[in-house]
Design a protein around this ligand. Structure first.
Ligand SMILES: C[S@@+](CC[C@H](N)C(=O)[O-])C[C@H]1O[C@@H](n2cnc3c(N)ncnc32)[C@H](O)[C@@H]1O
Length: 220
């Protein structure tokens, strides 16, 4: 299923609509880009997993204007948007990031992409592949929904997400979005994400957290 279909929107509307669907989207993308700015290397090789229309790749270029970008995505329509947005600054690879070879690099980034990995075992596998692909001193940065540990906070955060959707959509449609995504997307708790990254060999920092959204950084 293409990304737009999954989200229930038209591909051409993606950039305009995504922030109405995901609370703090702009802040999260900016925070993930800023995290890459902490890297010692000024012209890092960056591999963006599930690059979509290239928003995170663009934020990384802002922090590291000499970065060399590769975007991996299985949706050719999204990749075409990334290529248009980044005007020759990104090499697009069409493929599944779970089995596409990740080239040697300094940064592996992802925004709202890794929740498409359905199991902890498969997520552990990709984190291990990321660790192996990164040069020493490199980093993995992922912006995504990371659940709170307690059920009470999880419910509060769900209510906040629903309120965000309802600012733009009628309640039934907003509820429908959350129900549909709950069937297709897999969110782990932040604790579990950290544990999976540590098991893969990373030292982990949380660069940004708001409600159930976080930018998690794994350092090699
Ligand atoms: C919700 S979009 C996020 C796009 C972009 N990173 C952003 O922040 O706006 C998820 C993207 O991941 C891609 N994707 C999901 N699972 C994938 C997989 N296993 N391999 C490659 N791309 C995948 C989708 O095609 C889509 O473009």
């Amino acid at each position: 299923m293409g990304a737009a279909t999954h989200l229930g929107i038209k591909l051409t509307e993606y950039d305009g609509v995504i922030r109405t669907l995901i609370p703090h989207y702009k802040e999260l993308i900016a925070a993930a880009g800023t995290a890459v700015g902490a890297l010692a290397r000024t012209a890092p090789a960056v591999v963006d997993l599930g690059t979509g229309s290239g928003a995170l790749a663009q934020a990384i270029l802002k922090a590291r204007p000499r970065a060399r970008l590769i975007g991996i995505d299985e949706d050719p329509g999204m990749l075409a948007m990334a290529e248009k947005r980044l005007r020759g600054r990104i090499q697009a690879i069409e493929g599944n990031f779970e089995d596409t070879v990740i080239p040697r690099c300094d940064v592996i980034s992802a925004s709202f992409a890794l929740h498409h990995i359905p199991t902890g075992r498969r997520k552990a596998a990709i984190y291990k592949r990321c660790f192996a692909a990164l040069r020493p001193g490199g980093m993995l940065v992922s912006a995504d929904c990371c659940l709170a540990a307690s059920k009470v906070l999880q419910q509060t955060h769900r209510a906040e997400w629903l309120a965000h959707l309802q600012a733009r959509y009628p309640r039934a449609k907003a509820e429908g979005y959350l129900r549909a995504w709950a069937k297709e997307d897999v969110y782990f708790t932040l604790e579990r994400e950290v544990a999976l990254l540590q098991d893969a060999g990373f030292s982990v920092e949380i660069a940004f957290r708001k409600s159930c959204f976080a930018v998690v950084v794994g350092l090699k």
